[in-house]
Ligand binder design. Structure first.
Ligand SMILES: Nc1ncnc2c1ncn2[C@@H]1O[C@H](COP(=O)(O)OP(=O)(O)OP(=O)(O)O)[C@@H](O)[C@H]1O
Ligand SMILES: [Mg+2]
Length: 255
């Protein structure tokens, strides 16, 4: 090989090596960024768990005790002060409402059922809690799932929670279906609603501008797990799909 060609070949080889090193470094940085991002969410979930427990065991227990004392007071007064009865009844009703609100807030912060019984049970609970009061029929199709690591269960639960909150707030739908499937090393969550649809590009733009946090937050959270979020909307409804590779399995996302 002539000297000039040899020089060129060796320069090219050096450049290729530098490029490989750069790509490896970028990949390592991205992995580190994802690891840190997941850790932030783990801390946030832990804090929500603590707050949920405190609400339930602290404020919740105090309200229960207050309700009990009021009932006791009412029965001690008996028929001696009928004029106080309406006030006592109103106070008892306030306690009951306060207790119900505290329990609901505690569960929405971090439902105990997710830690105790797992994702399927937590999704069933979410569907009942969000769907029933709003008259929205939410169907959950998540059986049977292999055992998934807690972080992934939390991820799916939070995505379903935000997607269903969007259905309730914006879709004008009468039914929704949440499906979770695991196949070929990929976990796939789909949330479909039968609303009239919306302008996805405009909504994503709104989220990019920082005018909303739901869709952008879901996208970011999925990306931290190396996954992807897709949104399709039209006259047949809206379909949100999150696909995430299961760690340690060979699931590959299509480009
Ligand atoms: N299932 C849906 N059906 C109809 N419109 C939707 C649906 N999901 C999202 N949207 C539209 O996309 C917009 C952005 O959603 P996003 O969740 O980011 O924000 P948001 O729900 O308005 O506020 P938040 O930050 O509290 O979630 C919504 O304002 C709504 O117009
Ligand atoms: Mg939202």
């Amino acid at each position: 090989m002539p000297a000039k060609t040899e020089d060129l070949a060796s320069t090219l080889e050096t450049l290729r090596g530098d490029y490989r090193t750069l790509v490896e470094r970028l990949e390592a940085n991205e992995r580190e960024f994802q690891r840190l991002g997941r850790a932030v969410f783990r801390v946030e979930e832990e804090e929500r768990r603590r707050l949920a427990r405190e609400l339930h065991d602290g404020l919740g227990q105090n309200l229960t005790a207050l309700k009990h004392r009021l009932s006791l007071l009412a029965s001690q007064l008996g028929d001696t002060r009928p004029d106080l009865q309406p006030e006592i009844d109103a106070s008892l009703a306030l306690c009951t409402q306060g207790l119900a609100d505290t329990r609901e807030l505690s569960r929405l912060l971090r439902p105990q059922v997710l830690d105790d019984l797992g994702l399927e049970a937590a999704l069933d609970w979410l569907a009942r809690t969000l769907g029933n009061p709003a008259g929205l029929a939410i169907q959950i199709s998540a059986h049977p799932l292999p055992s998934l690591e807690p972080d992934l269960q939390t991820l799916v639960f939070r995505l379903a929670q935000e997607a269903l909150a969007n259905v309730l707030r914006h879709a004008g739908a009468s039914q929704a279906i949440v499906s979770v499937r695991v196949r070929a090393g990929l976990l796939r969550l789909t949330v479909w609603d039968d609303g009239p649809g919306f302008d996805v590009a405009a909504a994503l733009e709104k989220s990019r501008r920082g005018d909303s946090t739901g869709l952008g937050g879901m996208k970011d959270r999925v990306a931290l797990y190396g996954g992807r979020l897709l949104l399709e909307s039209g006259k047949d409804g809206t379909r949100l799909e999150a696909v995430v590779p299961i760690p340690g399995e060979a699931g590959i996302l299509a480009p």
